[in-house]
Design a protein around this ligand. Structure first.
Ligand SMILES: Cc1cc2nc3c(=O)[nH]c(=O)nc-3n(C[C@H](O)[C@H](O)[C@H](O)COP(=O)(O)OP(=O)(O)OC[C@H]3O[C@@H](n4cnc5c(N)ncnc54)[C@H](O)[C@@H]3O)c2cc1C
Length: 237
């Protein structure tokens, strides 16, 4: 792990309210898909730091990327004002929320912005041609909120070993024409979509309340042992 200076290289809007930030540095440190970094930038002249999961795969090695839900916070406003070439400080790699590469079957439960480390893990599995079977449950409020939607759909079309279950927890009914699941991810949905759920390693990522609900569901309703559950809490939401 190290702290180093980096410069903004690209800013990519993903949805109305989610943006990816890319950085270059003289030496980009190796990392494992799923790990996170600490970003320090000037907010009204003072250094402020926050944690973000890396959303690029280690094979996308010319830059570092994280993807943030843009809130009304001062930190978000300072991020939104960044321009290519602007300096930041990065500390990385951090964390142990990484793919268990020895296991053949994996399942990811994610909500909203919690997709970021999972996008990195899925891409890494394909970039490294890992012989793994993966199923992603990804829940959002509306279809427009699905981050990386096009890329995830393309991944699932081109790789037989990835199945994606999109689910919408829109208040009221799902929009007409929606082809995915409706409602929060629950035990019945997991059992129906994933008959071999007991054989899988589960990865849960999202805001703390979502992570707690999903981990409880896995432990109490699906009897998944703790050794088969990995989770990352996006503390701060
Ligand atoms: C290991 C780890 C990985 C993480 N990875 C990611 C990631 O990949 N992507 C990501 O987006 N986050 C990630 N987070 C969370 C991130 O670190 C921040 O906590 C989060 O982005 C909220 O920061 P903020 O500055 O937007 O809001 P904060 O200032 O921390 O405020 C918290 C909440 O209050 C609200 N709020 C604050 N100020 C205002 C205001 N003026 N007006 C309206 N609402 C306001 C915001 O809606 C926000 O949700 C991660 C956290 C951890 C611990």
């Amino acid at each position: 792990m190290a702290v180093f200076d980096a410069r903004v290289s690209e800013i990519i809007p993903r949805t109305c309210c989610v943006t990816s930030f890319r950085f270059v540095a003289d030496r980009i440190l190796p990392f494992q898909a799923g790990q996170f970094l600490q970003l320090t930038l000037k907010v009204h002249g003072q250094d402020q730091s926050k944690y973000f999961s890396l959303s690029n795969s280690p094979a996308e090695k010319n830059y570092i990327e994280f993807t943030k839900k843009m809130t009304g916070s001062e930190f978000s406003k300072s991020l939104a004002e960044l321009k290519p070439g602007d300096p930041v400080k990065i500390k990385m790699p951090l964390g142990v929320f990484v793919l268990d590469k020895a296991a053949p079957k994996h399942a990811f439960l994610s909500g909203g912005i919690g997709i970021t480390p999972i996008r990195s893990m899925l891409k890494d599995a394909f970039d490294s041609r890992l012989p793994v079977d993966m199923v992603l449950f990804y829940s959002n409020r509306t279809p427009e909120d699905i981050v990386f939607r096009e890329e995830l759909e393309t991944m699932a079309k081109s790789h037989q070993n990835l199945k994606i279950v999109f689910s919408l927890d829109t208040p009221g009914a799902c929009p007409s024409g929606w082809k995915g699941r409706c409602g929060f991810i629950n035990a019945a949905m997991v059992k129906e979509e994933l008959p071999d759920y007991a054989e899988r390693i589960f990865y849960v990522c999202g805001p703390p309340a979502m992570v707690k609900t999903m981990v409880d569901l896995l432990q109490t309703q699906l009897q998944i042992p703790d050794s088969h559950i990995k989770h990352e809490n996006f503390a701060g939401y």
